[in-house]
Design a protein around this ligand. Structure first.
Ligand SMILES: NC(=O)c1ccc[n+]([C@@H]2O[C@H](COP(=O)([O-])OP(=O)(O)OC[C@H]3O[C@@H](n4cnc5c(N)ncnc54)[C@H](O)[C@@H]3O)[C@@H](O)[C@H]2O)c1
Length: 388
């Protein structure tokens, strides 16, 4: 491998978590950083001893030596900035959500197709050690036929930056939707969703969204009937942070831990074990369970960045909340950087590519549409059909 890529990282709140990973990746020659907040730019630049600081987004777009841009900017900017990056002829990775309207998803995919560059959705939920573990359970036939999926993302967003205030919960639901769709290796065809709870008045105004919580049932495209339940809460709900998925199978089940510092539970169906779990009646199959330590998958990464599945990279008082909550999204960050960088190097689209990310994002957008219409069934577009 030869160090040959020049990457720009834009937005240095959560985005700063990725700096040491790019700096240590064996394929990255140079990292340029940018944030519109000059104080943040200087402080982060000094902390990581980075000389390459851009002074504007346009400076990055105009710089022909930069190959790729990773956007970690506020949600309302994602669509336009992604399109600008493609129009400048560079590869683009963007944090979630990809966009918050179907129209913008379409525009991004068209721009990507025209540029013929890489798009990667930097979806932390599909590179967690939990997700990798469940995927291997499926591969090793430990789950059997998938019977039901569930996803949940609870997080209190009071006092976060203003663009979060009153955000429709399903507009940022991909951490709960993407793992269930990815495990079933499919897309959602339709959704019924209900808004739930009461939100105080000033939070409703920005997005005309009255719901602090939304809960949806998705119908999945699959060869047998398959549904996924997904719940997302943002405000006024006394539940500590979790981004979780459960997968229920005929042979085995993986259930996310109830509290972040617990361990997940794996259940196993034992039809040949004659000692039923209600022995006196002989009813029901015996189902055993185990709290498991999910293995950290540093073995899947180049050795130079493997430690970033665990390491705390900020001083204690400067940690971004996402690193504290879930320990850097359960080891996902270096896997995301590695897939983005290697896909460019290998001249292929990464996983998740643009159309898969658009499908995951569209499922949430359509869910909110359903919630605003009393739970009416909404059909969800399949972008993979037109863009792959
Ligand atoms: N698990 C995850 O994948 C995950 C976790 C946290 C945040 N996020 C996403 O990351 C993004 C950033 O989150 P955050 O908590 O750091 O947000 P934030 O609003 O706290 O920080 C965003 C940073 O971007 C800068 N910025 C604003 N406008 C800019 C522009 N035009 N150009 C360059 N920089 C600009 C701000 O000054 C700020 O430093 C959000 O879109 C959020 O949805 C994803």
């Amino acid at each position: 491998m030869e160090k040959n890529l020049s990457i720009a990282l834009i937005g240095l709140g959560f985005g700063a978590d990725f700096i040491p990973i790019y700096l240590n990746h064996p394929l990255v020659r140079k990292l340029t950083i940018f944030d519109t907040n000059i104080q943040v730019l200087e402080e982060v630049g000094n902390r990581f001893e980075l000389a390459d600081k851009a002074r504007s987004f346009e400076e990055i777009l105009d710089d022909e030596t930069i190959d790729a841009v990773h956007l970690v900017t506020p949600i309302p900017l994602h669509a336009k900035q992604t399109i600008d990056v493609f129009q400048s002829g560079k590869h683009c990775a963007c944090t979630v959500p990809m966009a918050t309207s179907i129209k913008d998803l379409l525009e991004i995919l068209k721009a990507q197709k025209k540029s013929n560059k890489v798009y990667m959705g930097m979806e932390t939920a599909v590179y967690t050690r939990h997700f990798i573990y469940a995927q291997e359970m499926l591969k090793n036939d430990k789950i059997g036929r998938i019977q039901l999926l569930r996803g949940a993302h609870y997080q209190d967003m009071e006092k976060w930056p203003s663009y979060w205030m009153g955000l429709p919960p399903m507009h940022y639901a991909t951490h709960a939707i993407s793992p269930v769709l990815a495990l079933a290796n499919t897309h959602a065809k339709s959704v019924h969703c209900f808004g739930s709870g009461v939100m105080r008045k000033e939070l409703i105004n920005q997005y005309n969204n009255p719901y602090p919580v939304e809960t949806a049932i998705f119908e999945l495209e699959y060869d047998t009937p398959l549904a996924a339940e997904v719940t997302r809460s943002l405000f006024h709900t006394a539940r500590d942070y979790t981004e979780s998925f459960n997968i229920y199978g005929e042979k085995g089940t993986f259930e996310w831990q109830q509290l972040e510092n617990d361990n997940p539970v794996v259940f196993e169906m034992n039809p040949d074990d004659k000692s039923s779990h209600i022995p006196s009646l002989g009813r029901g199959n015996k189902i055993t369970f185990e709290h498991i330590n999910v293995p950290d998958r540093q073995d899947l990464l180049p050795k130079e960045i493997a430690r970033f599945t665990k390491e705390e990279i900020f001083n204690k008082d400067k940690e971004h909340l996402s690193f504290i909550q879930g320990g850097g999204h359960h080891g996902s960050h270096p896997h995301l950087v590695n897939e983005f960088v290697i896909s460019i190097y290998e001249n292929r689209q990464p996983w998740p590519n643009g159309s898969i990310t658009a499908n995951w994002t569209a499922a949430g957008i359509c869910a909110h549409e359903s919630a605003m219409d009393g739970g009416r069934k909404i059909l969800i577009p399949n972008f993979q059909k037109d863009f792959e």
